[in-house]
Design a protein around this ligand. Structure first.
Ligand SMILES: [Zn+2]
Length: 348
């Protein structure tokens, strides 16, 4: 699927794809441990930490990156195809995804900004309300009329924000008829505008931050790659963990060159925190993403959901329902710590 993703996007000249196949750098064990210790210290000092993630955090899940030595575009430039060991719908969150989730649950990470379209942050359990997906999500269809987002269990068939052929099932204002707006995928084409809600949240959260941790990204894509610089404007610090040089190495207070999973495992150990196991029985199946202006609509529909912008539920499969028609909503962690009752929902 990831190869198709790269191939499906418009084929712009390579110059738009940035530096490809830069050599990878590996810190010596001593230097790495020193870097991890410094990062732990910075995290402990931080009051508002934001994490920025790129393709490098998903390579250990079997999803190739774009600009690494075996990246999609590095190989493409050499006339080769990457070896893909896994489909997107089979990929599971990595140690890095699960560490970020734990840091968010402990209130250490306030927000996550991702360039990844693999959906693994949401699969890990990270709430949509704490995540900007700047380049879209392969599992999401969005209504062009009411902006409602639908999360699917398998990748959406189209790319480049095309109509998928499905229609929105949201109830209209009076709850009488369905919206029936046309759904589109959310995968951005080259040079397409970033989703405005996700972009402004990413910028606003980063402007408030005193620490931006950049993981597995060469920060080459604009504007996503520039967003961490807003932390510096706020007199904060940038830490970059990546195997290759990045565009903003000179701006960083700390550079670590190692596998992100190794770094994050060291960081969690240094902080005395456990990395939760990915729960294979939890997966995203349905969505509820309401932009701000639709909050009133939620209130009118369901008073239990009126308190915040709870956006994504993890869905636990009902084991005795082979058709998966009925899924149990079981996602108690919401923005305002309010418990959401477990309830049955119908899979769209
Ligand atoms: Zn709609």
């Amino acid at each position: 699927m990831s190869v198709n993703y790269a191939a499906g996007l418009s084929n712009f000249p390579h110059i738009h794809k940035g530096n490809l196949g830069l050599p990878e750098i590996f810190d010596s064990p001593d230097v790495l441990q020193k870097g991890i210790d410094q990062l732990v210290h910075l995290i402990k000092q931080s009051k508002y930490m934001v994490v920025h993630t790129g393709a490098g955090i998903s390579t250990s899940a079997g999803i190739p990156d774009f600009r690494g030595p075996n990246g999609v575009w590095t190989l493409e430039a050499k006339g080769k195809s990457p070896k893909v060991s896994i489909d997107f719908d089979e990929a599971v969150p990595t140690k890095t995804h699960m560490s970020i989730l734990a840091l968010k649950q402990h209130g250490i990470v306030k927000y996550v900004v991702s360039q990844n379209i693999d959906g693994l942050h949401l699969r890990s359990g990270l709430p949509r309300s704490h995540l900007s997906e700047l380049h879209g999500n392969m599992f999401v269809e969005k209504c062009e009329k009411c902006q409602h987002e639908y999360y699917r269990c398998t990748p959406v068939k189209t790319m480049k924000e095309q109509r998928t052929g499905n229609l929105c099932q949201q109830k209209g204002k009076r709850g009488l008829s369905n919206c029936r707006g046309k759904l589109r995928d959310t995968i951005l084409d080259w040079e397409a505008s970033l989703p405005p809600n996700d972009l402004s949240r990413a910028e606003n959260e980063t402007k408030k931050s005193d620490l931006s941790l950049c993981l597995g990204t060469t920060l080459q894509i604009v504007p996503s790659g520039k967003i961490p610089l807003l932390t510096i404007k706020n007199n904060g610090k940038i830490v970059i963990v990546n195997l290759q040089k990045t565009k903003y190495d000179k701006k960083a207070s700390l550079l670590i060159h190692s596998y992100v999973d190794d770094v994050m495992q060291g960081v969690m150990k240094g902080l005395g925190l456990d990395i939760p196991e990915y729960n294979i029985n939890l997966y995203l199946g349905i969505v509820t993403y309401f932009p701000d202006d639709n909050i009133s609509k939620i209130k009118s529909q369901n008073s239990n959901e009126s308190k915040g912008k709870l956006i994504v539920y993890a869905i636990e499969k009902v084991k005795d329902d082979p058709d998966e028609k009925n899924l149990t909503l079981n996602y108690p962690k919401v923005e305002n710590n309010e418990e959401i009752a477990v309830k049955k929902v119908k899979k769209f």
